[in-house]
Design a protein around this ligand. Structure first.
Ligand code: SAM
Length: 276
């Protein structure tokens, strides 16, 4: 798979072309570029950092070592938000128009994506929710540059407002949803993390601190302060911290942990108590 992917990258072609032209020989220049890509991969550099691309929610995104490579399981965060919006559980201030793309009173769902990295979650939600007002934050300036480039690539630069800040600091906006794939790996579990991740993905994107809960423990109260009553927090988590996260969400309504396709607890959703 990797050899094929890197060959497609070297030749700037798709898989169909590779199989349709088995007779095609590489030029000397192509051979040396392919060899260089294979050497990098052999050193453990993830293929996505070599090609500079990763697909997420049907969109081709640019990635660099400044951002986490978007993972397929993070798509469950998007699915969870869309499922809430199409159910009776959506914040009551929002009408049906929030989904239909029709402007009306409070048809704009307000969403914050905390720790946007490549911008994958914010962009997927912008794609699905044409009326949504979307804010994306990251502590890393370099990550935000990639996220902005991805928004521009998909003609969504006007749809997302980017903020370089710690979690939600300084935003002063009432949100209907706060979504996040925060760093949640503990330094104590470092030896269980794939070597490629440890060596090449940004440390601040992966590790939260000694236990893995450090960022989430700050995000939960920050989200409660920034959400409207009845608004939702939707976070990616891991099986290791699922029970501790449930504990931190005591005092929220409708707490649920949704498993991924492998049955591993993956998305925690919780609703801020309404004023009733
Ligand atoms: C696990 S990555 C997720 C990136 C992207 N949302 C995704 O799902 O692929 C976590 C991101 O949170 C950012 N981050 C870490 N601590 C933060 C903080 N205190 N405030 C804002 N962003 C933070 C990191 O820079 C990184 O981009």
């Amino acid at each position: 798979m990797n050899a094929e992917l890197l060959l497609m990258f070297t030749l700037g072609c798709d898989r169909a072309y590779l199989y349709a032209h088995p007779e095609r020989e590489l030029t000397t220049e192509e051979q040396s570029r392919y060899a260089a890509a294979l050497t990098e991969r052999g050193r453990g550099v993830p293929a996505q950092y070599i090609t500079g691309h990763q697909e997420f929610w049907g969109m081709d995104l640019i990635v660099s070592p400044a951002v986490l490579i978007p993972r397929p399981e993070t798509e469950h965060v998007i699915e969870t938000v869309l499922a809430i919006l199409t159910s009776d559980l959506r914040p009551q201030t929002l009408g049906n128009a929030a989904l239909a793309g029709v402007r009306g009173p409070r048809s704009e769902v307000r969403i914050a994506d905390v720790g946007t990295g490549s911008g994958c979650i914010a962009l997927a939600l912008a794609k699905e929710l044409p009326n949504a007002e979307i804010h994306a934050t990251d502590i890393s300036t370099a990550a935000l540059e990639i996220a902005r480039a991805n928004a521009a690539r998909h003609q969504m630069e006007d749809r997302i407002q980017f903020h370089q800040t710690d979690l939600l600091a300084g935003l002063n906006i009432d949100f209907d949803f706060i979504v996040s794939n925060p760093p949640y790996v503990g330094e104590s579990e470092e030896d269980q993390v794939q070597l490629e991740v440890r060596k090449f993905e940004p440390r601040k994107a992966v590790f939260a601190g000694p236990t893995g809960l450090e960022v989430i423990a700050r995000l939960i109260p920050a989200a409660r302060a920034a959400l409207i009553p009845g608004g939702w927090l939707v976070m990616e988590i891991s099986g290791t911290i699922a029970e501790a996260v449930r504990g931190l969400l005591a005092g929220w309504d409708e707490v649920q942990v949704v498993p991924d396709l492998q049955g591993i607890p993956r998305v925690a959703r919780a609703r801020k108590k309404s004023n009733r």
